[in-house]
Design a protein. Structure first.
Length: 489
């Protein structure tokens, strides 16, 4: 009763009473995912594509590379499965366009995850590569439109999808929307990515992108909404047309993010699996731990990213592809005391490098499959190092040391992401120095490792106040060890 008494007294003496301002409701989150099949990111600049260029200039333009065989072919089945589920082919098991042996029932697409988490969301998807609707996108969405571009042609169905998506975005709740366009890939196959026809098709689809963006802008309640627009592709194309192999043009993809609160950036650590995590986080849906992705806008704190890479020294890799370095971040150290002279410069001991540079040194030997490494990675490669007459038959032996870290408890945990490939008598060793003493081996690799996250827990000896972790590769023209995101705690 007390509030009523106070109000009556205030009115009686003629004092103005102002109600406390209500807390403004948070803007409602919405996601629009535009999928463009087979669009080579490097060809957009040459196309008449003002809308895609606007998104790039004003948003986060994350370039990415795919895997290659034996993980999966650079074809649409694995590509769209990866982009829509947020896990790599070694989880969803889509290796090609047959979808045989897949585990997609264990890894739903991001729209189905959003629908399951919150049935109040308006989930909508339209596509004209029928295989996406038949195999990847689940059946529980509010609206799912599946057209058959292979049978009827993609040009007409792309136009239909643009119109229906435009109407949906203007008039419906449109919380989570996916619109797929397939004709760019068809032109890529018929004419090649270097052709004017390919550029013309990018321009046509860019017009559809503009219509969808305009529909979002014209929504009646747009001022009270928070939009995230995501654009991605499943694979690239060769200059003469085609994909499925391991060239950089075929492996090139991207995730473009634009919208309310999205900053301007060109991250080098983006991967295709990041799109679902980005969408779910924006919608306030928990991202399951089984997903391999993260927000495309996340800033990478890995110290390897701070190192400037140089172009090739002796490898026949174009100067435009960076690169490598034997200079490591502060506190890290490279031990090549036991490495003979005479090997290939780039791989003379552990090197910081990139997926593009490392896989360009020699394709189709599994280097393309270290997909969980991001941006700049550390690589020890006895196979590439031995590609000189002077190194023939000699033993590669190099150790990469982390910075010294204080020990404050009884255990030390080492987390890393890595891909160790075994051959012959090669061995990989995790070694440790306590208080700067002699190196001790705490783990030996003599078989292929997990291709991804791994961890070790070490028991600190009595009196230990500091620790250094080393990664040592020893082999004679064998395989390699790639490492990223090393954390000692």
């Amino acid at each position: 009763m007390q509030p009523r008494i106070v109000l009556a007294l205030a009115l009686a003496v003629g004092t103005a009473v102002v109600a406390a301002p209500a807390h403004a409701a948070a803007p409602a989150p919405h996601v629009l995912h535009i999928g463009i099949d087979g669009m080579l990111a490097t060809r957009v600049d040459a196309a008449n594509a003002p809308n895609l260029k606007k998104l790039r200039a004003e948003g986060t333009d994350g370039r990415s590379l795919l895997y290659a065989s034996p993980m999966a072919a650079t074809s649409s089945g694995p590509g769209w499965s990866t982009m829509l589920t947020g896990v790599w082919p070694d989880k969803h098991m889509v290796k090609d366009n047959s979808f045989s042996g897949n585990k997609l029932n264990q890894y739903p697409d991001w729209l189905s995850r959003a629908e399951s988490a919150n049935h109040a969301l308006d989930t909508w998807a339209a596509m004209d590569w029928k295989a996406i609707g038949d195999n990847i996108i689940g059946t529980g969405l509010d609206t799912k439109l599946v057209y058959d571009g292979d049978t009827d042609g993609y040009v007409g169905h792309d136009a239909t999808i643009a119109t229906k998506a435009e109407t949906h975005l203007l008039n419906d709740a449109a919380d989570a929307t996916f619109a797929y366009f397939g004709q760019v890939d068809i032109v890529g196959h018929n004419s090649g990515a270097s052709s004017q026809a390919y550029l013309n098709e990018i321009a046509r689809i860019d017009g559809y992108v503009g219509r969808l963006l305009a529909a979002v802008a014209a929504r009646p309640n747009r001022a009270n909404e928070k939009w995230l627009v995501l654009v991605g592709t499943d694979h690239g194309h060769t200059p003469t047309g085609g994909h499925g192999g391991s060239t950089l043009d075929e492996r090139t993809t991207f995730v473009l993010a634009w919208g309310d609160g999205v900053g301007v950036a060109q991250p080098k650590t983006t991967r295709l699996v990041d799109l679902p995590a980005s969408a779910l986080l924006h919608l306030g849906v928990a991202v399951p731990a089984v997903l391999d992705g993260r927000s495309v806008t996340q800033v990478d704190a890995d110290p390897f990213e701070s190192v400037t890479l140089r172009s090739a020294a002796s490898e026949s890799i174009p100067a435009s592809i960076l690169g490598f370095s034997h200079t490591f971040p502060a506190g890290w150290s490279l031990d090549t005391a036991n490495l003979p002279a005479g090997g290939v410069t780039e791989w003379a001991g552990w090197a910081l490098t990139t997926d593009a540079f490392w896989s360009s040194a020699q394709r189709d030997q599994g280097r393309e499959t270290f997909v969980r490494g991001r941006g700049t990675i550390a690589v020890a490669d006895s196979d590439e190092w031995a590609d000189t007459t002077a190194a023939t038959g000699k033993t590669y032996d190099s150790t990469l040391w982390t910075p010294s870290k204080a020990v404050s408890g009884s255990t030390v945990k080492v987390n890393l992401t890595h891909w160790y490939r075994q051959e012959g008598n090669q061995r990989g060793y995790v070694v440790v120095k306590w208080n700067g003493g002699a190196a001790q081996t705490v783990k030996t690799y003599s078989a292929d490792s997990v291709n991804g996250p791994d961890s070790l827990t070490l028991t600190a000896p009595a009196g230990a106040t500091s620790v250094q972790i080393g990664f040592r590769l020893v082999g004679v023209n064998n395989w390699y060890w790639a490492i990223d995101d090393v954390r000692v705690s």
